[in-house]
Design a protein around this ligand. Structure first.
Ligand SMILES: NC(=O)c1ccc[n+]([C@@H]2O[C@H](COP(=O)([O-])OP(=O)(O)OC[C@H]3O[C@@H](n4cnc5c(N)ncnc54)[C@H](O)[C@@H]3O)[C@@H](O)[C@H]2O)c1
Length: 324
Protein backbone atom coordinates (compact mmCIF):
# COMPACT_ATOMS: atom_id res chain seq x y z
CA UNK A 1 0.00 0.00 0.00
CA UNK A 2 1.41 3.37 -1.03
CA UNK A 3 0.81 6.86 0.33
CA UNK A 4 -0.43 9.11 -2.46
CA UNK A 5 -1.04 12.85 -2.19
CA UNK A 6 -3.13 14.52 -4.88
CA UNK A 7 -3.65 18.28 -4.87
CA UNK A 8 -6.72 19.47 -6.76
CA UNK A 9 -8.55 16.12 -6.56
CA UNK A 10 -11.99 17.71 -6.23
CA UNK A 11 -11.49 18.71 -9.88
CA UNK A 12 -11.54 16.65 -13.05
CA UNK A 13 -8.26 14.75 -13.52
CA UNK A 14 -7.44 14.60 -9.81
CA UNK A 15 -10.82 13.08 -8.98
CA UNK A 16 -10.36 10.22 -11.45
CA UNK A 17 -6.78 9.73 -10.31
CA UNK A 18 -7.86 9.60 -6.66
CA UNK A 19 -10.59 7.06 -7.47
CA UNK A 20 -8.09 4.93 -9.38
CA UNK A 21 -5.63 4.83 -6.47
CA UNK A 22 -8.38 4.35 -3.91
CA UNK A 23 -9.61 1.30 -5.83
CA UNK A 24 -6.09 -0.12 -5.86
CA UNK A 25 -6.13 0.07 -2.05
CA UNK A 26 -3.61 2.89 -1.64
CA UNK A 27 -3.94 5.59 1.00
CA UNK A 28 -5.05 8.71 -0.84
CA UNK A 29 -4.60 12.18 0.68
CA UNK A 30 -6.37 15.05 -1.04
CA UNK A 31 -5.78 18.80 -0.76
CA UNK A 32 -8.40 21.04 -2.37
CA UNK A 33 -10.41 24.12 -1.43
CA UNK A 34 -13.44 23.54 -3.70
CA UNK A 35 -12.43 26.50 -5.84
CA UNK A 36 -13.93 24.78 -8.86
CA UNK A 37 -16.65 22.40 -7.69
CA UNK A 38 -18.64 23.41 -4.72
CA UNK A 39 -18.79 20.99 -1.81
CA UNK A 40 -22.17 19.60 -2.90
CA UNK A 41 -20.54 17.43 -5.58
CA UNK A 42 -22.04 13.95 -4.89
CA UNK A 43 -19.30 11.89 -6.54
CA UNK A 44 -16.56 13.65 -4.61
CA UNK A 45 -18.50 13.30 -1.33
CA UNK A 46 -18.73 9.55 -1.94
CA UNK A 47 -15.02 9.34 -2.71
CA UNK A 48 -13.96 11.05 0.51
CA UNK A 49 -16.19 8.77 2.59
CA UNK A 50 -13.97 5.81 1.63
CA UNK A 51 -11.82 4.62 4.50
CA UNK A 52 -8.51 4.89 2.61
CA UNK A 53 -9.20 8.47 1.45
CA UNK A 54 -8.32 11.51 3.57
CA UNK A 55 -9.55 14.92 2.50
CA UNK A 56 -8.04 18.18 3.75
CA UNK A 57 -9.93 21.31 2.77
CA UNK A 58 -7.00 23.65 2.25
CA UNK A 59 -6.44 26.84 0.34
CA UNK A 60 -3.01 26.25 -1.19
CA UNK A 61 -2.66 29.97 -1.84
CA UNK A 62 -1.87 30.20 1.86
CA UNK A 63 1.11 28.76 3.70
CA UNK A 64 0.32 25.14 4.66
CA UNK A 65 0.37 24.74 8.42
CA UNK A 66 -0.84 21.16 8.51
CA UNK A 67 0.91 18.90 11.03
CA UNK A 68 -0.27 15.33 10.89
CA UNK A 69 1.71 12.13 11.40
CA UNK A 70 -0.03 10.55 8.43
CA UNK A 71 1.47 13.27 6.24
CA UNK A 72 5.20 12.68 6.61
CA UNK A 73 6.06 10.24 3.84
CA UNK A 74 4.70 10.01 0.33
CA UNK A 75 5.34 7.50 -2.41
CA UNK A 76 3.86 9.75 -5.07
CA UNK A 77 2.61 13.31 -5.09
CA UNK A 78 0.57 14.47 -8.06
CA UNK A 79 0.40 18.26 -7.93
CA UNK A 80 -2.69 19.10 -9.99
CA UNK A 81 -4.35 22.02 -8.22
CA UNK A 82 -4.59 25.13 -10.36
CA UNK A 83 -6.97 27.75 -11.61
CA UNK A 84 -7.79 26.43 -15.04
CA UNK A 85 -10.33 27.29 -17.77
CA UNK A 86 -9.77 29.54 -20.79
CA UNK A 87 -12.40 32.13 -19.90
CA UNK A 88 -10.68 32.70 -16.54
CA UNK A 89 -7.32 33.38 -18.23
CA UNK A 90 -8.96 36.45 -19.78
CA UNK A 91 -11.28 37.40 -16.90
CA UNK A 92 -8.90 37.17 -13.93
CA UNK A 93 -5.35 36.89 -15.36
CA UNK A 94 -3.65 38.27 -12.26
CA UNK A 95 -5.36 35.74 -9.99
CA UNK A 96 -4.70 32.85 -12.40
CA UNK A 97 -1.00 33.70 -12.66
CA UNK A 98 -0.30 34.45 -9.00
CA UNK A 99 -2.47 31.66 -7.52
CA UNK A 100 -0.97 28.97 -9.67
CA UNK A 101 2.53 29.99 -8.67
CA UNK A 102 1.66 30.44 -4.98
CA UNK A 103 0.07 26.98 -4.80
CA UNK A 104 3.27 25.37 -6.05
CA UNK A 105 5.51 27.48 -3.83
CA UNK A 106 3.45 26.71 -0.72
CA UNK A 107 3.37 23.00 -1.49
CA UNK A 108 7.14 22.83 -2.04
CA UNK A 109 7.80 24.83 1.11
CA UNK A 110 5.68 22.38 3.12
CA UNK A 111 7.45 19.40 1.54
CA UNK A 112 10.90 20.50 2.69
CA UNK A 113 10.81 18.28 5.80
CA UNK A 114 8.79 15.42 4.26
CA UNK A 115 9.97 12.23 2.59
CA UNK A 116 8.89 12.11 -1.03
CA UNK A 117 9.74 9.45 -3.62
CA UNK A 118 7.99 10.77 -6.73
CA UNK A 119 6.69 14.22 -7.54
CA UNK A 120 4.63 14.70 -10.69
CA UNK A 121 3.67 18.23 -11.72
CA UNK A 122 0.82 18.94 -14.10
CA UNK A 123 1.70 21.45 -16.74
CA UNK A 124 -0.11 22.15 -19.95
CA UNK A 125 0.09 22.40 -23.73
CA UNK A 126 -0.67 26.10 -23.08
CA UNK A 127 3.05 26.67 -22.47
CA UNK A 128 3.31 26.53 -26.27
CA UNK A 129 0.42 28.91 -26.96
CA UNK A 130 2.55 31.80 -28.22
CA UNK A 131 4.89 29.52 -30.14
CA UNK A 132 1.84 28.02 -31.84
CA UNK A 133 0.38 31.44 -32.55
CA UNK A 134 3.65 32.60 -34.11
CA UNK A 135 4.07 29.38 -36.10
CA UNK A 136 7.39 28.69 -34.42
CA UNK A 137 6.89 24.99 -33.73
CA UNK A 138 5.91 21.97 -35.72
CA UNK A 139 2.82 19.86 -35.16
CA UNK A 140 2.71 17.13 -33.80
CA UNK A 141 4.74 18.93 -31.17
CA UNK A 142 7.41 17.25 -29.10
CA UNK A 143 8.59 18.12 -25.59
CA UNK A 144 11.69 19.95 -26.81
CA UNK A 145 9.71 22.44 -28.89
CA UNK A 146 10.56 26.09 -28.41
CA UNK A 147 8.58 27.90 -25.73
CA UNK A 148 8.34 31.61 -26.34
CA UNK A 149 6.56 34.50 -24.66
CA UNK A 150 6.44 37.54 -26.85
CA UNK A 151 4.69 40.23 -24.87
CA UNK A 152 3.36 40.64 -21.34
CA UNK A 153 0.23 42.33 -22.71
CA UNK A 154 -1.61 39.13 -23.38
CA UNK A 155 -4.05 37.86 -20.74
CA UNK A 156 -4.03 34.34 -22.14
CA UNK A 157 -0.41 33.99 -21.01
CA UNK A 158 -1.51 34.20 -17.35
CA UNK A 159 -2.03 30.45 -17.34
CA UNK A 160 0.70 29.21 -19.73
CA UNK A 161 3.29 31.35 -18.05
CA UNK A 162 2.21 30.23 -14.56
CA UNK A 163 2.62 26.63 -15.69
CA UNK A 164 6.08 27.36 -17.10
CA UNK A 165 7.11 29.03 -13.82
CA UNK A 166 5.72 25.99 -12.02
CA UNK A 167 7.87 23.71 -14.15
CA UNK A 168 10.93 25.70 -13.18
CA UNK A 169 10.00 25.66 -9.48
CA UNK A 170 9.61 21.89 -9.52
CA UNK A 171 12.77 21.19 -11.49
CA UNK A 172 14.91 23.45 -9.29
CA UNK A 173 13.37 22.02 -6.09
CA UNK A 174 14.15 18.48 -7.17
CA UNK A 175 17.68 19.26 -8.24
CA UNK A 176 19.13 19.18 -4.72
CA UNK A 177 17.00 16.38 -3.38
CA UNK A 178 16.55 12.63 -3.83
CA UNK A 179 13.09 13.03 -5.28
CA UNK A 180 12.20 11.51 -8.65
CA UNK A 181 10.44 14.30 -10.41
CA UNK A 182 8.77 14.87 -13.70
CA UNK A 183 6.54 17.27 -15.50
CA UNK A 184 3.55 16.21 -17.54
CA UNK A 185 2.07 18.56 -20.12
CA UNK A 186 -1.56 17.58 -20.64
CA UNK A 187 -3.14 18.05 -24.05
CA UNK A 188 -6.95 18.21 -24.17
CA UNK A 189 -7.99 15.54 -21.68
CA UNK A 190 -11.73 14.89 -21.69
CA UNK A 191 -14.31 12.71 -19.97
CA UNK A 192 -17.02 12.69 -17.32
CA UNK A 193 -17.14 15.56 -14.80
CA UNK A 194 -14.72 17.83 -16.63
CA UNK A 195 -16.95 20.86 -16.02
CA UNK A 196 -19.08 22.62 -18.61
CA UNK A 197 -16.69 25.09 -20.16
CA UNK A 198 -14.47 22.90 -22.32
CA UNK A 199 -15.28 22.27 -25.98
CA UNK A 200 -16.73 18.74 -25.64
CA UNK A 201 -19.18 19.31 -22.74
CA UNK A 202 -20.05 22.72 -24.13
CA UNK A 203 -21.01 21.11 -27.46
CA UNK A 204 -22.94 18.29 -25.78
CA UNK A 205 -24.96 20.77 -23.73
CA UNK A 206 -25.64 23.10 -26.65
CA UNK A 207 -26.55 20.33 -29.08
CA UNK A 208 -28.98 18.89 -26.55
CA UNK A 209 -30.72 22.26 -26.19
CA UNK A 210 -30.70 23.31 -29.88
CA UNK A 211 -33.75 22.76 -32.09
CA UNK A 212 -32.68 23.78 -35.60
CA UNK A 213 -29.30 25.48 -35.98
CA UNK A 214 -25.95 25.02 -34.34
CA UNK A 215 -23.46 27.88 -34.26
CA UNK A 216 -19.82 26.81 -34.16
CA UNK A 217 -16.45 28.54 -34.46
CA UNK A 218 -13.25 27.24 -36.05
CA UNK A 219 -14.72 24.13 -37.67
CA UNK A 220 -11.56 23.64 -39.74
CA UNK A 221 -9.25 23.72 -36.74
CA UNK A 222 -7.99 20.42 -35.34
CA UNK A 223 -7.47 19.29 -31.77
CA UNK A 224 -6.30 15.92 -30.38
CA UNK A 225 -8.47 14.64 -27.53
CA UNK A 226 -7.33 12.11 -24.93
CA UNK A 227 -9.84 10.20 -22.82
CA UNK A 228 -9.36 10.51 -19.07
CA UNK A 229 -8.72 6.78 -18.45
CA UNK A 230 -5.74 6.85 -20.81
CA UNK A 231 -4.36 9.95 -19.06
CA UNK A 232 -4.73 8.21 -15.67
CA UNK A 233 -2.92 5.09 -16.93
CA UNK A 234 -0.06 7.24 -18.21
CA UNK A 235 0.22 9.06 -14.85
CA UNK A 236 0.13 5.85 -12.86
CA UNK A 237 2.72 4.10 -15.03
CA UNK A 238 5.02 7.12 -14.76
CA UNK A 239 4.80 6.88 -10.97
CA UNK A 240 5.77 3.20 -11.18
CA UNK A 241 9.00 3.87 -13.04
CA UNK A 242 11.81 2.86 -10.65
CA UNK A 243 13.90 5.91 -11.26
CA UNK A 244 13.12 8.66 -13.64
CA UNK A 245 15.61 11.31 -14.46
CA UNK A 246 13.93 14.67 -14.42
CA UNK A 247 11.88 14.58 -17.62
CA UNK A 248 9.03 16.30 -19.39
CA UNK A 249 6.28 14.15 -20.91
CA UNK A 250 3.33 14.95 -23.10
CA UNK A 251 0.10 13.27 -22.09
CA UNK A 252 -2.43 13.23 -24.87
CA UNK A 253 -3.57 11.14 -27.80
CA UNK A 254 -2.14 12.05 -31.19
CA UNK A 255 -4.25 9.34 -32.88
CA UNK A 256 -7.42 11.15 -31.87
CA UNK A 257 -6.69 14.40 -33.72
CA UNK A 258 -9.87 15.64 -35.39
CA UNK A 259 -11.31 18.73 -37.11
CA UNK A 260 -13.80 20.51 -34.87
CA UNK A 261 -16.48 20.23 -37.57
CA UNK A 262 -16.07 16.43 -37.62
CA UNK A 263 -16.16 16.35 -33.84
CA UNK A 264 -19.46 18.24 -33.94
CA UNK A 265 -20.84 15.76 -36.49
CA UNK A 266 -19.75 12.81 -34.32
CA UNK A 267 -21.51 14.26 -31.27
CA UNK A 268 -24.65 14.99 -33.32
CA UNK A 269 -24.61 11.37 -34.49
CA UNK A 270 -24.15 9.95 -31.02
CA UNK A 271 -26.95 12.15 -29.71
CA UNK A 272 -29.10 11.18 -32.67
CA UNK A 273 -29.77 14.82 -33.57
CA UNK A 274 -29.94 16.63 -36.90
CA UNK A 275 -29.04 20.32 -36.80
CA UNK A 276 -27.95 22.80 -39.43
CA UNK A 277 -24.31 23.65 -38.61
CA UNK A 278 -23.26 27.26 -39.15
CA UNK A 279 -19.49 27.82 -38.89
CA UNK A 280 -18.59 31.40 -37.98
CA UNK A 281 -14.87 30.92 -38.67
CA UNK A 282 -11.79 31.01 -36.49
CA UNK A 283 -12.10 32.64 -33.07
CA UNK A 284 -9.46 35.34 -32.60
CA UNK A 285 -6.10 34.28 -31.12
CA UNK A 286 -6.80 30.61 -31.64
CA UNK A 287 -4.54 28.13 -33.36
CA UNK A 288 -5.30 26.09 -36.50
CA UNK A 289 -3.79 22.82 -35.36
CA UNK A 290 -2.71 21.39 -32.02
CA UNK A 291 -1.48 17.87 -31.50
CA UNK A 292 1.19 16.41 -29.21
CA UNK A 293 3.91 13.97 -30.10
CA UNK A 294 3.54 11.31 -27.37
CA UNK A 295 6.33 8.95 -28.44
CA UNK A 296 8.39 9.64 -25.32
CA UNK A 297 5.71 8.62 -22.82
CA UNK A 298 4.69 5.60 -24.93
CA UNK A 299 8.30 4.46 -25.05
CA UNK A 300 8.86 4.86 -21.32
CA UNK A 301 5.56 3.53 -19.99
CA UNK A 302 5.00 0.97 -22.78
CA UNK A 303 1.38 2.11 -22.82
CA UNK A 304 -0.63 3.43 -25.76
CA UNK A 305 -3.98 5.20 -25.50
CA UNK A 306 -6.73 2.59 -25.78
CA UNK A 307 -9.95 4.58 -25.85
CA UNK A 308 -10.90 5.84 -29.30
CA UNK A 309 -12.84 9.04 -29.77
CA UNK A 310 -16.21 7.34 -30.39
CA UNK A 311 -16.02 5.28 -27.21
CA UNK A 312 -14.74 8.20 -25.14
CA UNK A 313 -17.41 10.53 -26.46
CA UNK A 314 -20.13 8.00 -25.75
CA UNK A 315 -18.99 7.57 -22.13
CA UNK A 316 -18.77 11.34 -21.71
CA UNK A 317 -22.21 11.95 -23.24
CA UNK A 318 -23.75 9.30 -21.00
CA UNK A 319 -22.37 11.02 -17.93
CA UNK A 320 -23.43 14.49 -19.02
CA UNK A 321 -26.96 13.38 -19.87
CA UNK A 322 -27.61 10.87 -17.11
CA UNK A 323 -24.85 10.63 -14.59
CA UNK A 324 -24.39 14.09 -13.08
N1 LIG B 1 -7.98 19.02 -18.29
C1 LIG B 1 -7.03 19.24 -19.21
O1 LIG B 1 -7.19 18.89 -20.39
C2 LIG B 1 -5.74 19.92 -18.81
C3 LIG B 1 -4.92 20.37 -19.85
C4 LIG B 1 -3.72 20.98 -19.51
C5 LIG B 1 -3.35 21.10 -18.17
N2 LIG B 1 -4.17 20.67 -17.19
C6 LIG B 1 -3.72 20.85 -15.79
O2 LIG B 1 -3.92 19.66 -15.07
C7 LIG B 1 -4.36 19.92 -13.73
C8 LIG B 1 -5.71 19.27 -13.50
O3 LIG B 1 -6.62 19.74 -14.48
P1 LIG B 1 -8.18 19.61 -14.29
O4 LIG B 1 -8.79 19.70 -15.64
O5 LIG B 1 -8.48 18.45 -13.41
O6 LIG B 1 -8.47 20.97 -13.52
P2 LIG B 1 -9.67 21.32 -12.53
O7 LIG B 1 -9.90 22.79 -12.62
O8 LIG B 1 -10.84 20.41 -12.76
O9 LIG B 1 -9.08 20.95 -11.08
C9 LIG B 1 -8.20 21.80 -10.39
C10 LIG B 1 -8.51 21.68 -8.91
O10 LIG B 1 -7.64 22.61 -8.21
C11 LIG B 1 -8.40 23.13 -7.12
N3 LIG B 1 -7.85 24.40 -6.65
C12 LIG B 1 -7.83 25.61 -7.32
N4 LIG B 1 -7.33 26.57 -6.52
C13 LIG B 1 -7.01 25.95 -5.32
C14 LIG B 1 -6.43 26.43 -4.12
N5 LIG B 1 -6.10 27.71 -3.94
N6 LIG B 1 -6.23 25.54 -3.12
C15 LIG B 1 -6.57 24.22 -3.27
N7 LIG B 1 -7.11 23.73 -4.40
C16 LIG B 1 -7.33 24.59 -5.41
C17 LIG B 1 -9.80 23.32 -7.70
O11 LIG B 1 -10.78 23.42 -6.68
C18 LIG B 1 -9.96 22.08 -8.55
O12 LIG B 1 -10.59 21.05 -7.83
C19 LIG B 1 -4.39 21.44 -13.61
O13 LIG B 1 -3.19 21.86 -13.04
C20 LIG B 1 -4.50 21.92 -15.05
O14 LIG B 1 -3.96 23.18 -15.18
C21 LIG B 1 -5.36 20.08 -17.48
Amino acid sequence: MSNILITGAAGFIGFHLANFHQQKGHKVFIFDNYFKNKSKDKEFKNLIKKKNVFFYKLDLNKKIKLEDNKLKKFDTIYHLSAINGTSLFYKIPYQVFTSNIKMTLNLLDWLKDKKVKNLIYSSSSEVYSQSYALNLIKVPTDENALISFKTPIDDRMSYGLSKFFGEFLISSFIKNSKINGCIVRFHNIYGPRMGNKHVIPELINRIEKSKKNLKIYGGKQTRAFCYIDDAINFLYLLSKKKKFQFEIYHIGNSKAEIKILLLVKKILNLLNKKLKIKDYGEPSASVARRCPNINRIIRETKYKPKINLNTGLLKTIEWYLNGK
